[in-house]
Design a protein around this ligand. Structure first.
Ligand code: UDX
Length: 465
């Protein structure tokens, strides 16, 4: 919304939220999320044509176009638990829109939703509409965190789905006119509603599938002596495949991939397509396998036990340049090591201590619900975990170091200094392939890098104990 305000000075954008502290943060110098470049955009438009308000009813009533960007968590209870999207927040937003509207509106789905959600939303709006006309559009968001501003300035495509009626087409055109302020026309794609909704799930599933494919190869590389980076490079040189999204890692995280694939699986099952459901489920299974494979490497390398050993965790965010930890592989890896009674010392340049503690005690899928429904951190902090404010403190006297996020600063740490302050033998387990393994070996470390030829030390240790 900030980028729309920046690029379209003639349009007034008001961001509303029922949670007051979040609106207060958006109105302050400490934005509630860390995203490179975002603060500059907000600063330029805030108070000009970009406003943040908790007065939901007033601003929804006044708007011509309402973008709905509420959470759509994975259901934790009832029908479809663990797979289906929970549309509680979406439904409640739709009811609010129906209640307060006094003029015709275009309602835009920005949240990623299951296919055919627009139909349900349409029903809620029209059954309560007092003669007011609503047009529903699907306009899924493809930005990635950490590069959001660049992605929004120059999107590969903007997708707008709507009804094929004259009113639907008119609504599509109105939203197209907004994006046309800065996006070339040939990058604005228009489709029917269901294609737009499904395209978002499909795009995320395809991206995640590439990572699971290369991660599956990484296990085979370790077993055969091939180097996954060389394999990925060679494979990606084929212009039909392309080089992006082929970095082997400890696993993908983030708020979208797992949730959207689970949702896709559920939709397939509901539509009587179990084979298709099974196919996509495998992408998640490989991701889980990759995380547990990593934990097993750590434990088996260190004489099959990490009990009471200090393990430094460098990086907790799900990727670099974000403070976001939703579905980060670090949670599963840390929990795996804690299960083996390790003592963890965690450092991440952007993630706060309370946040890490809360993540480690949170139940699966709770992260996407409002804060007051999540467990409190202070009362039940995990005793085996300390959080430090720099990498040197985290690694001091540690037996092993696990690199779980590819922060640039981890490439240039003084590893000699780290080695000198660690217990011996000193291990580095690089879950993101950011360190120069040869240089670290020269210093004296035993190094494990995902999908790379194994250190002599690790060769005889079983990958899965
Ligand atoms: C993703 C999609 O890219 C975006 O289009 C969609 O709108 C939201 O979901 P995001 O979750 O922000 O964006 O991050 P992304 O860059 O896609 O990375 C997701 C995860 O995959 C991260 O944990 C990242 O570290 C991992 N990843 C990515 C790999 O392990 N290897 C790669 O080659 C690329």
């Amino acid at each position: 919304m900030a980028v729309i305000a920046l690029k379209c000075p003639s349009i007034e954008v008001v961001v509303v939220d029922i949670w007051e502290p979040r609106i207060a943060a958006w109105n302050s110098d400490q934005l509630p999320i860390y995203e490179p470049g975002l603060y500059d955009v907000v600063k330029e438009c805030r108070g000009r044509n970009l406003f943040f308000s908790k007065d939901v009813e007033k601003h929804v009533a006044e708007a011509d176009i309402v973008f709905v960007s509420v959470n759509t968590p994975t259901k934790t209870q009832g029908l479809g638990a663990g797979k289906a999207a929970d549309l509680t927040y979406w439904e409640s937003a739709a009811r609010t829109i129906a209640d307060v509207s006094k003029s015709d509106k275009i309602v835009v789905e920005k949240s990623t939703v299951p296919v055919k959600t627009a139909e349900a939303i349409e029903k809620i709006l029209t059954h309560n509409s007092k003669g007011i006309k609503f047009q529903i559009l699907s306009n899924p968001e493809f930005l990635a965190e950490g590069t959001a501003i660049g992605d929004l300035f120059q999107p590969d495509r903007v997708l707008i789905g709507g009804r094929e009626t004259p009113e639907g087409q008119k609504a599509i055109q109105a939203l197209k006119d907004v994006y046309a302020h800065w996006v070339p026309e040939d990058r604005i794609l228009t489709t029917n509603l269901w294609s737009a909704e499904l395209s978002k799930l499909a795009a995320n599933a395809f991206l995640a599938q590439r990572i699971s494919s290369v991660n599956a190869m990484s296990a085979l590389c370790e077993a055969t002596g091939a180097d996954v980076a060389e394999v990925a490079y060679a494979v990606g040189k084929d212009s039909r495949i392309g080089p992006k999204f082929l970095n082997a890692s400890v696993g993908f995280g983030g708020s979208c991939f797992q949730k959207d694939i689970l949702n896709l699986v559920y939709i397939c099952e509901c539509n009587g397509l179990p084979e298709v459901a099974e196919y996509w489920k495998q992408v998640i299974k490989i991701n889980d396998y990759q995380k547990s494979r990593f934990v097993n490497r750590v434990v088996s390398s260190m004489f099959n036990t990490v009990s009471q050993k200090k393990i430094a965790i460098l990086g907790f965010a799900f990727k670099k340049d974000t403070g976001d930890t939703r579905e980060t592989p670090a949670i599963d890896v840390c929990q795996g090591l804690l299960g083996d009674k390790a003592l963890l010392s965690i450092y991440d340049p952007q993630v706060q201590k309370e946040h890490i503690q809360r993540d480690l005690i949170m139940k699966k899928f709770d992260w996407d619900h409002p804060l007051h429904l999540q467990p409190k951190s202070a009362s039940s902090a995990v005793e085996q975990v300390t959080v430090t404010s720099d990498a040197y403190e985290a690694t001091k006297e540690a037996h092993g170091v696990c690199i779980l996020t590819e922060w640039d600063e981890f490439k240039t740490l003084d590893y000699k200094k780290i080695y000198d302050n660690m217990q011996k033998p000193a291990f580095v387990f690089d879950g993101r392939n950011v360190v120069n393994a040869d240089k670290l070996r020269e210093i004296g470390f035993i190094v494990y890098s995902i999908g790379k030829p194994l250190d002599a030390w690790l060769k005889d240790m079983p990958a899965i104990a």
